[in-house]
Design a protein around this ligand. Structure first.
Ligand SMILES: [Zn+2]
Length: 98
């Protein structure tokens, strides 16, 4: 026998960007969605940051600014590698998930 009733359920209604503080809620005429990226890490025993966890939420603007910063760091680290070709935007992004 099923007994039905109403219950309150806690849900995520918004996400705030951990960098700029803006809402990540996007609305169109008939829909709402939460659009954000995350920077996530759980450092373990063998790391220098053992026990530290990060789950950083970034709005679209801050995510792509962070991605641009990572691309610049990637370029700086790899620029003297023999097989390095600078990212121009026309090829597959080396930092994008494949
Ligand atoms: Zn932001």
């Amino acid at each position: 026998m099923e007994i039905k009733g109403l219950q309150q359920v806690e849900t995520i209604i918004d996400v705030r960007c951990d960098l700029c503080g803006d809402s990540c809620k996007q609305e169109t005429d008939d829909t709402q969605s939460l659009e954000f990226g995350t920077l996530k890490a759980n450092w373990g025993y063998a790391s220098r940051h053992d026990g530290e966890s990060y789950n950083i939420h970034l709005c679209e603007g801050c995510f792509f600014q962070t991605l641009a910063n990572l691309r610049e760091a990637h370029r700086g680290i790899r620029m003297f590698d023999k097989d390095h070709h600078p990212f121009t935007g026309t090829e597959t992004d080396p930092l994008a998930e494949k």
